[in-house]
Design a protein around this ligand. Structure first.
Ligand code: TXA
Ligand code: MG
Length: 347
């Protein structure tokens, strides 16, 4: 497949070029588009034919549903079973456009491929001028999972998208690095208790401010409890770098001595994922910092690029320091745990 790569500047969008992308969407093709979270692999969400191409390009299992992206609230009304209630209206008013995906009971206008035969649909309004304009020009909602090959870290830079998707989609829109750098929070509001199925760009603390402390809970799956997943995507390996990855959790001193011991007692090429505060400690390993422990929002934003960097360097094994799991640290640690396949050692 021949992939057209089009560079766009979000401050000064070339509408003619973007119109070509919109035409591809209307004609049931696939376009990789930038969003504020990660790049997405988009297609017309109202067409089974178009949506099947997404699964094919990603190598994604068909029981993992997609997020539908809209540019207005009107655009999603057709997709819902019921009118928006007060809780949904409050969430939309506070967080859209932005990194919050809401799971609603769906109407029968949603192709079953989009929602993997569930009776719900996940919808968000991205906070990115190119994404919003593309949806508006195409005048249809756009289904878009992260634009990585299934199982790999989500792409936050155009070069990562090109690595994964060149030759697999009709067009790639190449733009700036994703501002948030970690995917949206998926919040299920299809029943009375709002449940976070995936932590992301909107934090639990922010949601509690709107819904009350008891108005929102975390799904068990987030900590790796595999029961009956409410969000099918949660059961698959994700974000995995090529080398095995272990998370080391405990006091700072214990983490340092455990990882240093591994570096000393080992002939293989070891990678260490750590913070600015500790990066000078690990002599003899390939060390990559995700930033300061005081700015885990930036750490979350750097994580996927760091995981891909370990791949390009070709380390044999990676040890990662565990980070605090509040605010954006929750999303960061969720992705790191998945990347490690929940291989965590307490020291
Ligand atoms: O930030 C994001 O959300 C990015 C950008 C491109 O918008 N998209 C993204 O899509 O991360 P994806 O496909 O990689 O992740 C979608 C997640 C999966 O965990 C999936 O299981 C969940 O959303 N999901 C989708 N529809 C659902 C539904 N009806 N019920 C429960 N979970 C759903
Ligand atoms: Mg994904």
């Amino acid at each position: 497949m021949n992939t057209e790569i089009v560079e766009l500047n979000e401050q000064n969008i070339d509408i003619e070029k973007l119109m070509r992308a919109a035409t591809i969407i209307v004609n049931l093709g696939t376009v990789v588009l930038p969003t504020e979270t990660v790049y997405g692999l988009g297609a017309n969400a109202l067409s089974s034919t178009a949506v099947k191409k997404i699964f094919l390009a990603k190598g994604r299992p068909s029981d993992n549903p997609l997020i539908v992206h809209v540019c207005s609230v009107e655009m999603m009304e057709d997709l819902l079973k019921d009118p928006l209630d007060l809780r949904a209206k409050k969430l939309i008013e506070t967080f859209w456009p932005g990194p919050l995906t809401l799971v609603f009971k769906r109407s029968n206008k949603v192709p079953v491929e989009v929602c993997a035969h569930l009776d719900t649909v996940a919808i968000r309004m991205p906070d990115h001028p190119i994404a919003l304009k593309l949806i508006e020009l195409a005048n249809v909602p756009i289904a878009a999972p992260s634009a990585n090959v299934s199982g790999k870290p989500s792409p936050t830079m155009a070069e990562h998208v090109i690595q994964d998707m060149n030759g697999r989609v009709d067009m790639i829109i190449s733009a700036d690095r994703s501002r948030i750098g970690v995917e949206s929070t998926v919040l299920d509001i299809s029943s009375p208790m709002a449940v976070i199925l995936r932590p992301g760009g909107v934090t639990l603390e922010q949601l509690q401010e709107v819904l009350g402390k008891d108005g929102v809970m975390l799904d068990n799956m987030i900590n790796g409890v595999v029961d009956k997943p409410r969000s099918p995507g949660m059961k698959y390996t994700h974000y995995a770098p090529n080398a095995p990855l272990q998370i080391v959790r405990g006091s700072k001193e214990n983490i340092l001595s455990y990882i240093k011991g591994k570096i000393k007692g080992n002939d293989s090429f070891i990678g260490v994922l750590c913070s600015d505060e500790t990066k000078s400690e690990y002599q003899g390993a390939h060390v990559i910092s995700i930033g300061s422990v005081h700015r885990l929002d930036q750490g979350a934003s750097n994580l996927f690029a760091v995981l891909r960097e370990f791949d390009s360097i070709g380390v044999d094994m990676i040890f990662a320091e565990a980070f605090a799991e509040d605010e954006m640290g929750l999303a960061l640690m969720n992705r790191l745990k998945k990347a490690a396949g929940f291989n965590i050692v307490d020291v």
